[in-house]
Design a protein around this ligand. Structure first.
Ligand code: ZN
Length: 108
């Protein structure tokens, strides 16, 4: 018994299985067109997820930065460091996501 990848959910399943045990995708009866459609759906879902993460990261950065500047906190207060950390994480996360989006578009 060998393992293969489910075209729908990308989990490892047996190549003898007629359907995926995780998502119920019928591997035995799937045509080339079905597999292609599933792949395209996965690509769209991944790209949407990356875009959503970018948006969240940007929001975290803006909120942290905004609170640091206009929240009335001073550099020696804990809130200032929390806001600074939030904006730092947001910025870092955003940059990582932009790189992932570029890689996704270039190589897939
Ligand atoms: Zn599956």
């Amino acid at each position: 018994m060998a393992l293969t990848t489910c075209p729908s959910c990308s989990k490892r399943i047996s190549d003898k299985a007629k359907s995926c045990q995780y998502c119920g995708f019928l591997t035995g009866t799937a045509s080339e067109e079905d597999l292609l459609r599933q792949k395209r759906m996965q690509t769209i879902k991944r790209s949407q997820s990356l875009n959503n993460q970018s948006l969240l990261a940007m929001l975290l950065f803006v909120l942290g930065f905004g609170y640091m500047y206009w929240g009335g906190t001073r550099p020696e207060e804990t809130e200032y460091y929390i806001a600074m950390t939030c904006s730092g994480i947001g910025l870092f996360w955003y940059v990582i996501n932009r790189v992932r989006i570029v890689i996704e578009k270039r190589f897939k």
